[in-house]
Write a protein that binds this ligand. Structure first.
Ligand code: ASP
Length: 344
């Protein structure tokens, strides 16, 4: 029987609460030295893998995440891809779902785990959730089956659950259970046993070598509908010539007011080449264009059907497809195709 070598995990620290420790004299939070990780978290010695760490030169609060950081992350993973079996990205929770979504598109043909995690309390706090999140993420990233990584997608691990990253959304500012994946079940649950639901893992029919896409076009926006919206507001966003893609956050199963001014604005914007995706404002469930009269006209315009995609993933997908220069004629069809398991 072949003896497997120890899995090698690369830990990438981008910033956020997880990497903070409290100075008990002043009470202030300061960055944790990730190069001394093993010394500071002795529990990690029990995890059967070799951990290497690298940190952003300037760790950031995730509210400051921007395209250059996503590119840096994607490149880092690409550069170290052959030397590691899995990647754990430590990230502030505020924008973690956006980064997870973006990375899922930027890393095409990913065949190793990239697990984003963070915490609500700093790693040094007595009641911290950081240690469990970090330790289990590393364990999950090191899982192998028949010598190959078990998880082969971008995930988010938080409070005992592993999720497909591009299905998640942050739902709570203070609960340890800060994330949900409303339209796709958790891929793994950590209890007394680490239960991985293999049948839910991403396993595309078409496989190939990793391709790192760093061209993301951010000439996009979000238009959230609300009762009483002034026509000028919709016009400001939809008539902006610099904006190429829009996530239209609609009511319920993809419904919008039938007011002619709104439908005309949308139709004209699509006519000018803007890609408009219908995504529901609801936390869970799917857009069903045509189910109600209030969505039939949206279907006829035609808007792109976002089905059960999250706004976070829709934004990332727009940036990715625009960055890839997808032709106008095939954009809608490609957007409506699940590329990384981001929609049902
Ligand atoms: N504001 C912090 C951040 O997202 C919160 C956290 O670390 O979870 O970076």
């Amino acid at each position: 029987m072949a003896v497997l070598d120890t899995p090698r995990i690369l830990l990438i620290y981008t910033g956020g609460t997880i990497g903070m420790e409290r100075d008990y004299t002043s009470g202030a939070l300061r960055a944790f030295d990730f190069n001394n990780l093993l010394q500071q978290i002795p529990e990690l010695r029990q995890v059967d893998c070799a951990i290497h760490s690298v940190a952003f030169a300037q760790p950031i609060d995730s509210s400051n995440m921007d395209l250059p950081h996503w590119k840096q992350l994607a490149r880092l993973i690409g550069e170290h891809y052959d030397n590691f079996d899995g990647f754990v990205v430590l990230h502030g929770s505020d924008t973690m779902s956006y980064t997870a979504s973006a990375l899922s598109f930027m890393l095409e043909n990913l065949a190793k785990p990239v697990i984003l995690t963070g915490s609500q309390l700093p790693i040094g706090d007595l009641r911290t959730d950081a240690k469990e999140n970090l330790i289990t993420s590393i364990q999950l990233a090191a899982l192998r089956e028949n010598g190959l990584p078990l998880v082969r997608e971008v995930c988010l691990y938080f409070e005992y659950k592993l999720y497909r990253g591009n299905r998640t959304t942050k739902v709570n500012t203070e609960h340890f259970e800060a994330f949900e994946s409303p339209n796709y079940p958790a891929l793994a649950v950590s209890g007394v046993h680490l239960k991985v639901r293999r049948e839910l893992l991403w396993n595309p029919a078409r496989k190939g070598v990793l391709k790192v896409h760093t061209s993301m076009d951010n000439r996009i926006g979000v238009l959230k509908l609300f009762p009483g919206m002034h026509p000028d507001w919709a016009a400001t966003l939809l008539r902006n010539p610099g904006i190429k893609g829009m996530v239209l956050e609609t009511f319920g199963a993809g419904n919008a007011p039938t007011a002619s001014w709104l439908l005309e604005e949308l139709r004209a914007a699509v006519g000018r080449g803007m890609h408009i995706v219908n995504v529901t404002q609801c936390i869970g469930g799917s857009v069903l264009m045509g189910q109600y009269e209030t969505s039939s006209s949206l279907k006829d315009i035609p808007l792109i059907d976002g089905r059960d995609i999250t706004s976070e993933a829709a934004l990332a997908k727009l940036m990715y497809l625009l960055g890839a220069g997808v032709a106008q004629g095939s954009f809608k069809t490609i957007f409506e195709t699940s590329l990384r398991g981001e929609m049902s």
